[in-house]
Ligand binder design. Sequence first.
Ligand code: NAP
Length: 307
Amino acid sequence: MKVALVGIGKIALDQHVPAISNSPDWDLAATVSRHGSIDGIEAFTDLGTLLDTRPDIRVISLCVPPVPRFDYAMQALAAGRHVMLEKPPGATLAECHALERAAQEAGLSIYATWHSREADMVGAAKAWLADKTLRKLTVTWKEDVRRWHPGQAWIWEPGGLGVFDPGINALSIVTEILPVDIHVTGAMLEIPQNCQTPIAAELRFHHPAGADVSGVFDWRQDGDQIWEIEAITDAGTLTLRDGGALMEIDGVISGEAAPLAGEYPRLYAKMAELVSRGGRDMDLRPMTLVTDALALGHRVQTDPFND
Ligand code: NAP
């Protein structure tokens, strides 16, 4: 299938282009970006022209930041194209619901991707937890924003999510591996004086069986980067490390320490499968947790952030 990539920036170049190039299912037929392009691939600077002139490209994969994503996605759906969405699938839940409705009415596929759910050990963690009684779950997601998001102004603007831009990856794993739904009961958000979004956050959750569920997210981490989820159960302790690439159960480690490896190839394989059977996948639970944290959050002003 021919696919066009929209928004040729960091994640498009780091992950989407290699995943598409190495896939037997996909042919990168064009790009849409105001400034970016890829050698040897037809480049457009606006989506409308691509949609009008390349009816053979049936799938549009959106790698732009969350705020501009809705307009691009609606335009693609209105032109009869299947749509793949980077995470988070929109800037607001209402946008995501509107996209899902539009895709359904048009009989098109739409896929709200959560790349961290495709990390190597997430499936095994879900299977192990399925018949255990959870007592406590702790998310620790601490990374250096300067290292992973250099010069990205949009993450600090309204709709940019701040530390929840990576933090939503943790929540996408938690909502996948737990057999029950949780919801946010309280949040503390640290917001730099000169920014609109949090640089750090602490969350507490309600778990239907009373387990103690919480998360700490921080974008000011020097040294080792930590992407961990620890689940203490009646039958031992499971820890996902390196964003789900490694799993430790009571001291026994499985997996290889290679964050992101395999995640995007699996997303594109799933998109191929969705398109071939006319399916849609819009799980909005990770985004609901983040928007609820922003709704309930107690805000504390902190030092200005300068990139
Ligand atoms: P990015 O490099 O800052 O942006 C991607 C491209 O989007 C830009 O190069 C820009 O290309 C285009 N764009 C269109 N409208 C824009 C606007 N209003 N403001 C800024 N850029 C705009 O971002 P990214 O890191 O690739 O992230 C894009 C999405 O992927 C985000 O939702 C993010 O959460 C997700 N993601 C990122 C990572 C990561 O490690 N960076 C990992 C996984 C997922 P033109 O100027 O050429 O149009």
